[in-house]
Design a protein around this ligand. Sequence first.
Ligand code: 26Q
Length: 828
Amino acid sequence: LWKLSSTYLPNDVASLQRSLVRHVEYTLARRRYKLDTSSFYQATAHSVRDRLIERWTDTQQYSAKKGAKKVYYLSLEFLIGRSLGNAVSNLGLRGAYAEALRQIGYDLEDIMSEEKEPALGNGGLGRLASCFLDTLATQNYPAWGYGIRYKYGMFEQRIVNGKQVEFPDYWLTDGNPWEVERLDVQYPVRLFGHVREFQDPDGNTLYAWEGGEVVMAQAYDTPIPGYGTYNTNNMRLWSSKPSHEFNLASFNAGNYYGAVEAKERCESITSVLYPNDATEEGKRLRLKQQYFFVSATLQDIYRRFKKNVGRGSTTMKNMPDKVAIQLNDTHPAIAIPELMRLLLDIERLPWDEAWEITRKVFAYTNHTILPEALEKWPVPMITELLPRHMQIIYEINHRFLLEVQKMWPNDTARMSSMSIIEESSPKMVRMSNLAVIGSHTVNGVAMIHTKLLKSLLFPDFLLMWPEKFINVTNGVTPRRWLLQANPALASIYTGMVGPGWVNDLKRLEPIKTMAQDPQFRQRWRAAKQTNKQALAEWLYRSMNIRVDPNALFDMQIKRIHEYKRQLLNVLGIVHRYAEITQATPEQRKTMVPRVHIIAGKAAPGYVMAKNLVMLVCAVSEVVNSDAACRDLLKVVFVPNFNVSLAEILIPASDISQHISTAGMEASGTGNMKFVMNGGLIVGTMDGANIEIEQAIGEHNMFTFGAKADQVAAIRRKMAHDPPKIDPRLHRAMGMIRAGIFGKPDDGAYNQLLDAIDPRKDVYLTAHDFPSYLGAIAEADAAYQYEEKWTAKCIEAACSMWMFSSDRTIREYAAKIWNVEPLPFRPPR
Ligand code: 26Q
């Protein structure tokens, strides 16, 4: 068999063409000619997939043979974006495929845009997970991502009559050539049932979780290629299906229709991705999803590890030497009691040994300190669904509280705030406390966020375990966000410093001095102009909107949330609209022509966010059809923001807005992508904006607003001593209330404006408005000096190396996981 198995496939243009035609004939079973681009996408994807698979299987076999420690990144979300472009680029085959296709009458770019992107995530957290997978492979770390293969991803957002309407995102209609269904990898997952207590022959009390229902977890694997390396990692996503026993039992019971319904319920576990909506209620299915995914994942990790146990001197105690599990927020935190259950009930280890192993295996990344966004589950719900886990959580809590009692005798306030159980009615399980207690390391995702995490969220835990809390600032992959999204800029970089910058962003630093070179600035502007032109064409083709590519392109593209303050942006736009309509011809000449782009999804149940979408659409309608604005202002709400759209928008931006109320945005990662692509930021001193400013220099960023350490005092003062409202804000609000942008019958706009009444302006929108206008005016002024502006962009973009996820992952590897790269090189 070994002799028969193939060596690596040839990658010359003629061989690629043969492979494409073979897939058309044998994989698609189609005639060779007159294929539409969509079928040719399928053939191309399969041809590329062959080339991924050989590296993938070899990498996995190699790391198994070496017995290397592996990282497991557990995330309920992966927003990987389209795969074809990423794969040909990381394989180094973009040129060869483009040529192979061109010769037979197809355009690689067209073919790439046929791919439907899997939207298996909400936003930042899911995209971060995907940037991490790219870097882990590129840096040759043995690492797997684990998640859920949702049938329906993030909903498709359409604007119907000026409002957001959600449509199901069934992303698998045309199949998914990037995944392999592993029919040999299935695990049973139990839900409900009861705990049986019994004694072993030595008189020890043991527990067994029995009864309930058992569903099967089916593995689907997707190869994750690194850039410029053979290493290809794995992303394993689970799909739920009924178990055999389940089928037999329920159908034998004679209730045919009841049995079919129960079968459907099994499959429903992995049907749909939940939005990050704090107001979301009745989410028992979400808890099922979390446990289903965690149980399958731990069985899989455990099985892989156990192949080593008994070999040599390896015992269960060595698990932390071979396994590092990173929890992407608390969503997979039920893994902590689940591993305890495996070690206690199946492996029959004593509690202390099991607990030591568990704590050495897990680490937890926190992505928010907003109290309303911290996960809590009702005790009765966990008791019903996962009775043994509830017992284990209580035992973990009991032992933990004894430690608290030792450290702070009879401090009941501390006890109750540190407890895993919130003594409310019903009682709730605080998943963040569980995650902190069960992990060896907890990290925040930007400096300010980690500082607030320590001081506001976990101050007592910090006193108990000062070493446990660290910062690892987020980063983004330069492969997708520069090399693939911005070929114009990428080729300038490669022309200046060679191709090495793609996995070593520090190499761009020397280009900063070129900011003083007028010829170089000219080339830089030409690249930006190419991208703006491309976006203008896209907007015309897909939305029938004409924008002037010479205008300043200003973007705010991210999930719609009150704390992200899209309302502040809209109020600024309305203010500008008022100024334009009142300007004299002389004044008009001094104004900077602007195109404002806003994009993002509102959670389906988040009324304020949906109101905001309505307002943006209404403002754009009025502004774009007002002759007074013709050459000075356009407002575009781009529907259905996703990774593919971001790849078109970000390279075309001059200014982007990251304007959350200080202290509320954990990090932000869009901010990093924009600056890397030669755009500048209007932003608050929040999240990673602060570190970006440090890296690129104060003179290259337009900052405004209250600082995080001032917010609380401002809110307190505001409550009893309401400040006077800024006259410009007053006018903008007046215009909206007066109905210039329509008057929705549900009072949607008034609801938005009432929330920024200076007495209860939680997000400090009114408070920050004057300084916001100041920052926008500064940006406008700077934009008018073309040469100086370009110099800023060059300096900023070439100072961004620390926001590469390559730096981020090196920190995780060194400070949290204790893993080393294991490059695989094929024989020959
Ligand atoms: C929770 C419970 C029930 C249903 C859904 C959820 C849920 C789902 C997704 C809660 C939160 C999320 C996503 C959060 C997120 O994307 N956070 C962002 O993470 C980025 C990466 O660290 C940061 O840059 C952003 O600042 C942060 O908002």
